[in-house]
Design a protein around this ligand. Structure first.
Ligand code: ZN
Length: 246
């Protein structure tokens, strides 16, 4: 198991939905941001299906989730720089149009490290996560090879490293022991997702640090990070499949 990349100058994290990056690599982004890295989020879908409340207006939810995602970026130590591609939630395809957009942003932002969903994770059900993963791998190829998408004006760009979160076969750890609180604060910025993904029923609960449901969520997140870190002697770690041969 490898660990702890040198802090990149710029990192781009690509997610299917608002909140995926915070679950997958929030601690790592917070650590890098605290050490001078510029962090960027790119969210492929509009997040419009992220509710259990059937009376929720989807258009309002999209606006809310964009605000929440920007707040989460700031909670990680970023500047709230989030790119929203706006594809309909639940219908993300890994096609040429989407790949073009990802490649365009990689060429524009020119990140040293790109992070994304592992598209090869076995038994993964959600198609958006699978397709967002393939868009990252395919988008990197298109961004780095000069003859792909000649209509893109920007120069080709080859990132140094790709880190895949939710990895099927993790082989790299980032020690996030000092950044657990930042990751949790960023996760809790996604207020519209408290009930459906974090098991927190009371919307104002995150304002009360001792709220039992927030404590339970915290315990779950901390437990997972501790499991990843145990073998390497880290109190908390995020695990990735690391690809340097890009
Ligand atoms: Zn998701």
């Amino acid at each position: 198991m490898q660990s702890n990349l040198p802090v990149p100058g710029r990192a781009l994290a690509v997610a299917a939905h608002p909140d995926d990056v915070e679950f997958g690599c929030g601690g790592t982004l917070a650590k890098w941001a605290a050490n001078g890295c510029e962090i960027f989020h790119l969210v492929c879908t509009d997040g419009s299906k992220g509710t259990w409340d059937l009376s929720q207006d989807p258009a309002e939810l999209v606006v809310t989730r964009r605000d929440e995602q920007r707040a989460a970026s700031v909670a990680l130590g970023g500047k709230g720089e989030v790119i929203f591609l706006g594809w309909p939630d639940g219908e993300l395809e890994s096609g040429l149009r989407q790949r073009f957009e990802i490649a365009a942003w990689i060429r524009k932002i020119r990140p040293a490290v790109v992070l994304g969903h592992d598209p090869w994770k076995r038994y993964r059900l959600h198609p958006d996560h699978r397709n967002a993963g393939f868009l990252v791998t395919d988008g990197i190829v298109a961004a780095r090879d000069p003859l792909f998408f000649p209509e893109l004006g920007d120069l080709p760009h080859r990132p140094t490293t790709l880190l895949l979160f939710e990895a099927d076969e993790a082989d790299h750890l980032e020690d996030v022991s000092d950044f657990v609180d930042a990751k949790l604060a960023a996760l809790l910025s996604h207020r519209s997702q408290l009930r459906s993904t974090m098991g927190i029923g009371e919307p104002s609960a995150p304002d009360d640090r001792n709220h039992p449901e927030v404590e339970e969520f915290r315990r779950r997140v901390v437990g997972r990070l501790a499991d990843h870190g145990r073998g390497a002697g880290f109190a908390a770690a995020e695990a990735f499949k690391r690809i340097d041969d890009l």
